[in-house]
Design a protein around this ligand. Sequence first.
Ligand code: OSB
Ligand code: MG
Length: 370
Amino acid sequence: MKLSKVNLHLISSPLKKPFETSLEVVRNREAIIVETIDQDGNCGYGEVVAFSSPWYTEETIKTCLHMLKDFLIPAIKSKPISHPSQLESIFVKFRGNRMAKAGLEGALWDLYAKQRNIPLYELFGGSRKSVQAGVVIASKSVTDAMFSIEEYEKEGYQRYKIKISPESDLSFLKEIRQNYPHIPLMADANSAYSLKDLQHLKKLDEFNLMMIEQPLGHDDIVEHSELQQSLMTPICLDESITSYHAAKSALALKSCQIINIKMSRVGGWMEAVKIHNLCVKNNIPVWCGGMIEFGISRAHNLALATLPGFTIPGDLSSSSRFWEWDIIEPEIQVKNGQIIVPHKPGIGFEVNRKHLIKLLVHKESIVLDR
Ligand code: OSB
Ligand code: MG
């Protein structure tokens, strides 16, 4: 691929408003924008979406910087690559650290597609011209959540996801269903329950939810299987699906009826597409999860969601959902509940340099040729 340089941009931005989950309140977001440059000056972009602390996965922005600088980038420096699919065998000797890998892998796929002058989704068989938009409501106040739904309704979102916990679930869901009996609604627990809550969880069946996401342990597959047998509402797994093999186990044990695919959580495009193909073969619908990310990661997600198995609206919302300024041009826009997929080469969006510099905390460059 005639690589010449990798730039790592550490950026930081406050969220428009706090994102409140059962585990953590996110007020500020850091990310690493990975920029790979070839000898002709083409640039590819990826985004590392680990959080500043290890509340969602074990990785953090700092562990990812360490992995990129001390292992992943040196590995592609010592072994020149002609195609991004080679990363799978180059990275195999480094366990885990999937978000760090996904950030670099994404940048190389974007660069590769740009070198060939084709949209990235075409390399993976994506074909959808627009994707359905979904939004997440993450507030501990019912009043605030109701206000948010009213606002998002104006953009026509096709699916609403609320964050729940055993303390607040029934009051939130009752209030929402009283006011919006028919909106496509799902709930994400981020592991807030255990099997002891079985009788309580059964009460959620009456709210006509599209699914309940990751009710039990973040690393569990077996107990979700037990729970699914007692619930009418489909279970969707998020945190537990860390790889193709985890997805295979979940399907074998019937632990879920739906899978949330986040390419960052599973290590990048290749693993995400393998999980997608497995799910298509087994008639398991998938949707594209979000990470409160900036536009680079959202652009990759948008491309991923054009694949045929992505039949449920994902966590794909507008740039303005989280950010005063996003770092891509144009920003991601939701119109009538849809996001148009750009057909320009690579991820199809330009980097907004002015905004990137405004959010920049630290930059490092690693030279690859020679
Ligand atoms: O559990 O799906 C989750 C955001 C950060 C970490 C975990 C999750 C989320 C979301 C998606 O719910 C939010 C978004 O980016 O739209
Ligand atoms: Mg989730």
